[in-house]
Each structure stands twice: as structure tokens, then as C-alpha cells.
Design a protein. Structure first.
Lengths: 279, 166
């Protein structure tokens, strides 16, 4: 008796466990039998469930709305990052395309030149605005020497004025120290293209009766021992004819946009151009 | 009587939460923390009377009645949990919040194993074990998380511990 009294909770638990098993057994064997307590509970809970369900759905809608806003914000940030990355990629791609075009043109020019020629990148410009010079990344190490011609696919750039071991300074054809022996392509009239101070050149030492017109193309004559014959120097934009004197001069616009140069070809003075450009 | 009323009130509220609010929340997992289980652990810790064990059975039976499955499964599980918590707290000091959280977590597993075992014995369980165990783990964790507020709520009612001296 004492044992039963002392362990009555455990014994009650065991009894209720057995009772539960009995209930499960009955419930499983007769699944169609209705549980009266279940029905009562259903009826008792139903009105409260309506209210709680309404609260739950309301909370759910507010939560869903909030999550949608959070998702939209995250998506927006992701899309912004994606647009920025794509823009950067586009920029790189367009830069590479431009470089590719320039190098292809340079390579084509290299193919037209018989003799030594070296590709070089422009790495600097002269700090003095009056001096039209630029610096390239090739020097004596690569075989460059003073007097080498510097050209671009559009025409003459200038010549190497000074060469160190790793870099060279190029005096542009627009520099006042520059002089290039040239001819008018149409009439073959000869003169010397010299640099000015305003970014243009002047073709001087043209005889008074030389046939020069605005729009004429000026080519290198090849007689100065620097530039191969037939390279485009520029185009005549103005002809200055005075009433007196034996000579006349013309203003020449260089064919190369010297301010935008990025790559050039350095040509050995002994090299020759395969074909003169068409008129 | 007051204790029965308080526990009945909390049980009714918990059952409503389990059957409505938790299901209405737009959670990706179908989770429903077992509030009644926390109450049974409370009974096992503080109500060492015949009323306590019967209360556990009734709570399990109510859960069965509300769940629509085989009647007696949750009743079995709840009584098993009550008995184990009762035996545990006779030997171990379970008083702080952390130990109660751990106890509820373990109780959730005990109940789940008991229910699944009985279901298996009577052929009432036909689900896959992998997903079932995953869901059980989540629900046990949720029940454990729910334990501190439920215990705090019951502590506010200042129910005295009841023991049938043996």
C-alpha cells in the first residue's frame, strides 16, 4: 500500500500511457468513429479561431508587404550594382575596341613600310606649351636613335629628337624647330613644311609660280633622309601669295590629330614606303 | 482550482496560436511551436500531483482532438514527457531559465519519438523520416525558444508548487 501511495504519480502515468495506447488502438481500428470531445473542442475553438485567423492573416499580409519592400530594395541595389558593373564593362570594351582599331591601323601601316619600324606608346607630353613634343616608351634599348621618323596611320607625327635607354622624345611636325621636305601631291611642287606656334604648319620655299591650292594634300618627298617618300603630312588650308618676292607659302593642317595620339610607329630613316597614298 | 483555470486559459490561448496564428504567418517552413508541450513541462516541474499527470493527459488529448489524427498519440507523448520531467526534476536541480529551455528542447524530442514510435507500432505513420526529423528539430527549437515567455507568464500567476507527499 505504501509503495502504491509513494509511486502513485508514476503509476498514474503508466495507467494513462496505457489508456492513451488504447485510445490510439481504437482510433486506428475505427477511423470513421467520431470523437465527441474533438467535435466539442472544434465548436468551442471555432469563434476564437476566426478572430485569431483574421489577426494571423492580417499580420501575414503586413509581413509579406514588408518582405516585398525589403526584397525590392535588395533587388534594386543588386540591379544598380549590375548596371554599374555593366557600364564599366562597356567602357572597357569600347576602350579596347578603340585601341584595337588604332593598333590594327598601325599594323597596316607597318605592313606598307619596307624596313625597320617599331611600335611605341605615347607616355608623356612636353610641359612647355610652346614646345610641341611628346615622349614615347621606346629608346636606345630598342634600337631607336635621334633622327628616326615617327608616323601614325594618318600620316607624319614628327621625328625622334632625343633618345634615352628606355624612352625617346619626339619633336612634332608642328614644333617650330621641325622641318620636313615635302611635295604637293597633285602638282608635285616642292617645299619645306615647318612648324608654327599655333599648332599648324607652314609649307615654305614654294616658288612663286608653284601650283598650290587649298585642299591639296602634302606628302613627304623622301629627300630629307628622315621620312620615307609618300607619307601624308597634311592638307593645305590657306595659300599666302604676296605681290612681291620669289616665293610663296601655304598653311598646312596636319593630317594627324597630334593631341589625341596614343600609339605611333617609329621608322628607320632608311625604310621605304611601298605605295604612295592615292590622291 | 485556480491553477487549473490559469493553465486551462494558457492552454486555450496556446492552442489557438498553434492552430491559427502560426499557420497564417508567411514563413517558408511550416512551423508550429508546441505551446502545450511547454505547459506539460511546467506541470512536470511544478505540479507533482495526480492532477498534474491528468492535466498532461488532457492537454495531449485536446491536441489530438484538435489535430484530426489518431486520438491518443499526443496524449501518450504528453504523459511520457510529464513522467520523464517529473523523474528528472526529482534528481536534477532544474530552476534557471537555461535549464528549462534545454529541458523543453529535450522534451520536444521525447514527445516526438514517443508519438512516432506509437504511430509506427499502429501503422499510423506513413511519412518519410528525413523531412519529419528536420521539422521536429525546428519545432523543438521553437518550443525551446517559446519556453521562457510561457514560464514567465505562468510565474506572473504566482501558482504555488504542488506535491503529493509520498
Amino acid at each position: 500500500m505504501e509503495y502504491l501511495r509513494r509511486n502513485r504519480i508514476l503509476l498514474a502515468s503508466a495507467g494513462l500511457l496505457l489508456c492513451s495506447l488504447l485510445l490510439v488502438s481504437v482510433s486506428v481500428r475505427s477511423p470513421n468513429a467520431r470523437d465527441p470531445v474533438g467535435r466539442l473542442l472544434l465548436d468551442a475553438l471555432a469563434p476564437f479561431q476566426v478572430v485569431f485567423g483574421w489577426i494571423g492573416r492580417g499580420t501575414g499580409r503586413v509581413w509579406s508587404g514588408y518582405m516585398d519592400v525589403v526584397d525590392a530594395r535588395q533587388q534594386n541595389e543588386q540591379l544598380r550594382a549590375q548596371v554599374a558593373a555593366l557600364n564599366a564593362q562597356l567602357l572597357r570594351s569600347s576602350e579596347l575596341e578603340g585601341e584595337n582599331q588604332r593598333l590594327t591601323a598601325l599594323l597596316n601601316l607597318r605592313g606598307q613600310i619596307a624596313g625597320s619600324a617599331y611600335g611605341a606608346r605615347v607616355i608623356g607630353r612636353d610641359a612647355n606649351p610652346m614646345a610641341m613634343m611628346l615622349t614615347i616608351d621606346r629608346g636606345g634599348r630598342d634600337g631607336l636613335r635621334r633622327g628616326f621618323a615617327v608616323v601614325a596611320p594618318q600620316g607624319v607625327v614628327g621625328q625622334v629628337a632625343e633618345s634615352s635607354y628606355t624612352a625617346s622624345r619626339v619633336v612634332l611636325l608642328t614644333d617650330h624647330n621641325s622641318g620636313i621636305d615635302a611635295i604637293v601631291q597633285r602638282s608635285r611642287a616642292r617645299g619645306v613644311v615647318k612648324g608654327g606656334t599655333d599648332g599648324t604648319c607652314r609649307m615654305e620655299y614654294l616658288t612663286r609660280d608653284a601650283d598650290v591650292q587649298v585642299g591639296d594634300r602634302i606628302l613627304t618627298s623622301g629627300l630629307d633622309g628622315v621620312f620615307p617618300k609618300g607619307l601624308v603630312v597634311g592638307e593645305v588650308v590657306e595659300v599666302g601669295r604676296s605681290n612681291r618676292g620669289l616665293l610663296q607659302a601655304a598653311t598646312v593642317q596636319p593630317s594627324v590629330e597630334l593631341e589625341k595620339l596614343e600609339e605611333v610607329l617609329v621608322v628607320d630613316p632608311t625604310a621605304k614606303l611601298a605605295n604612295e597614298p592615292p590622291a | 482550482m485556480r491553477a487549473a483555470a490559469v493553465i486551462g486559459l494558457v492552454a486555450g490561448f496556446g492552442m489557438l496560436l498553434q492552430t491559427t496564428l502560426f499557420h497564417a504567418l508567411p514563413l517558408r517552413l511550416r512551423l508550429s511551436p508546441d505551446v502545450l508541450l511547454v505547459l506539460v513541462v511546467f506541470l512536470g516541474l511544478h505540479r507533482h500531483t495526480l492532477g498534474g499527470v491528468v492535466g498532461a493527459f488532457v492537454l495531449g488529448y485536446l491536441q489530438d482532438a484538435a489535430s484530426g489524427g489518431a486520438v491518443g498519440l499526443n496524449a501518450f507523448g504528453m504523459v511520457a514527457v510529464y513522467a520523464l520531467v517529473y523523474l528528472t526534476c526529482r534528481r536534477l536541480w532544474v530552476d534557471n531559465v537555461l535549464s528549462k529551455v534545454v529541458l523543453v528542447f529535450l522534451a520536444a524530442w521525447v514527445k516526438a519519438i514517443a508519438v512516432l514510435t506509437v504511430s509506427g507500432l499502429f501503422g499510423a505513420f506513413e511519412g518519410a523520416w528525413g523531412p519529419t526529423l528536420g521539422a521536429l528539430l525546428m519545432n523543438a527549437a521553437l518550443a525551446a525558444l517559446l519556453a521562457p515567455p510561457v514560464f514567465a507568464l505562468l510565474a506572473m500567476a504566482r501558482l504555488p508548487d504542488a506535491r503529493d507527499e509520498g
